[in-house]
Design a protein around this ligand. Sequence first.
Ligand code: C2E
Ligand code: MG
Ligand code: MG
Ligand code: MG
Length: 283
Amino acid sequence: QAKQVGRNNYRYYSPEMNRHAEERIAMETALSRAIENNELFILYQPKMDVMSNRISGMEALLRWNHPVFGAVPPQRFIRLAEEVGLIHSIGYWAIRNACRQNREWQRINPARMKVAVNLSARQLGDDKLIDNITNILAETMLEARYLELEIAESAVMADPDKAIAVLNALRDIGVSVAIDDFGAGYSSLAYLKQFPIRAVKIDQSFVQGVPFSRSDAAITKAIINLAHSLECSVIAEGAETQQQFDFLRDNDCDSVQGFFFSEPVSAEHFTDLLRVQANLHIH
Ligand code: C2E
Ligand code: MG
Ligand code: MG
Ligand code: MG
């Protein structure tokens, strides 16, 4: 028994193996309708400046709530979207909405901040990336310097020469780039020097090991020093405790993001955080 999935794509099932495959197809179909059905939304997590202890930016984190599948973890639906080619529509939806939201925050908050949006490997390879980002910035009236793209080290290293070209093009239109999950991939230092990047994000697997794991502490310090010597800012992600925060501050990390300060929250809740911080009178 064969069932057609998309173009010229036949899959064969035996009765034992098909439950999993059918759920996947159902999820793929559901994901293809997630935008029109208003099932996607974005949470924002503050990035805290270590010296001032104030919010200095935010990361947009995509969420998908489906009536049957429930809250599907981003790791799962982003990977599915990558595999079936839905990542472009979903990814640009996320960038557009994050830009629009940041523009809105700029109207009420004089302290302007960058919004960071994640970009997957396949998005990085999109020939229309620069044109589409340019159009989204024009449409949402957000200045390019207030958009940052977070690209995982592993995505950059999948095709480093191509990545250098894309990162240069992003820099030319004024959008900044942070290397995400740094330390978990396999960058050669020779390449790292050639990437026009503003910031490096230390992978949470190391951050969560400090200060007690000697190797995680050593790696974290080495990444901070490396980033600074390349004139990049360093941000630690996944900080959950006071001890982790103290270690990062004492070792000159520039910013920290993690449950220690705040989980990812709705745009409305984030507005409250900004209001408290700025003592704003937003009506
Ligand atoms: P990421 O970019 O590395 O995001 C950091 C993840 O760590 C987020 O998971 C965040 O909720 C989580 N996190 C933050 N602080 C803490 C902490 O203190 N402790 C722990 N245990 N976790 C913390 P989330 O939201 O589940 O996102 C997972 C991944 O999905 C992201 O990893 C990113 O790679 C991807 N993703 C999310 N939104 C988008 C998007 O709009 N586009 C693309 N292409 N990928 C996205
Ligand atoms: Mg990220
Ligand atoms: Mg990360
Ligand atoms: Mg991660």
